[in-house]
Ligand binder design. Structure first.
Ligand code: AP5
Ligand code: MG
Length: 219
């Protein structure tokens, strides 16, 4: 089953994609994570992407679209995938449609995670991620058992460089200008579901799995 998670920065796309992947086995394909991994490996791609990520701008479409196409072509994405952070604008959405339709595939479910701005800012300010395995925490809402250490792999927890106030403001503006319009782009497909992302992670997950199960029953 092919899923797109839409939502502003801090909405919980990564949190929910991780849970969905653990439950159903479809890979989480998070463009932000792929770009951060390239950066920590010091590749040319990572260094190029950093210029945009540091200021909260979108990395050029051709770069991100190429990454996603390569990732979607791998074996583990054959039974389905969970796109987290892609597409982010109309160009990327059209590129994804083109890639999928050329292979007789389509998006089965688009989950729009709705959260108000004040909550987003608190979530992003308190977010911590594991340097080793990428697991997600929050200092108040989802604290690790031991401060600064990942409960899953023991790795060091860190704060993302683009989680500072100024960059977050720009990321929110970019979301409103470029990504939010995708809600209307996907509406005609009949596969768009909005969930209240301000509830607890488990409650949000329940709402999303409810939508997933409905699609699975139809298939
Ligand atoms: P990306 O990494 O995708 O960041 P983002 O979209 O800004 O989203 P976040 O990762 O900040 O939020 P999230 O929705 O995943 O929330 P999370 O689950 O972590 O992109 C970063 C940059 O990369 C972009 O600015 C751009 O430069 C570049 N980029 C990426 N994709 C691109 C693309 N397609 N095209 C071009 N450029 C691209 O949750 C946030 C926090 O809240 C966590 O601490 C979590 O524990 C907590 N939390 C989650 N859910 C709940 C809940 N229900 N209740 C309480 N706390 C919660
Ligand atoms: Mg994320």
């Amino acid at each position: 089953m092919n899923i797109v998670l839409l939502g502003p920065p801090g909405a919980g796309k990564g949190t929910q994609a991780e849970k969905l992947s653990a439950r159903y086995g479809w890979p989480q394909i998070a463009t932000g994570d792929i770009l951060r991994a390239a950066l920590s490996e010091g590749t040319g791609l990572g260094l190029e992407a950093k210029k945009y990520m540091d200021v909260g701008e979108l990395v050029p479409d051709e770069v991100v679209e190429g990454l996603v196409e390569e990732r979607l072509g791998r074996d583990d994405a054959r039974e389905g995938f969970i796109l987290d952070g892609f597409p982010r604008n109309a160009h990327q959405a059209a590129a994804l449609d083109g890639y999928l339709s050329a292979r007789g595939l389509s998006i089965d479910l688009v989950v729009n995670i709705v959260v108000e701005t004040e909550v987003l800012v608190r979530r992003i300010a308190g977010r911590r991620a594991c340097r080793q395995c990428g697991a997600n925490y929050h200092v108040d809402f989802n604290p690790p058992a031991e401060e600064g250490l990942c409960g899953q792999c023991g790795g060091e927890l860190y704060q993302r460089e683009d989680d500072n106030e100024e960059t977050v403001g720009n990321r929110l503006d970019v979301y409103l200008g470029h990504t939010e319009p995708l809600i209307e782009y996907y509406r005609p497909c009949g596969c768009l579901v909005s969930v209240d992302g301000s509830k607890s992670p488990d409650e949000v997950f329940e709402a999303i799995t409810g939508a997933v199960e409905k699609v699975l029953v139809r298939e």
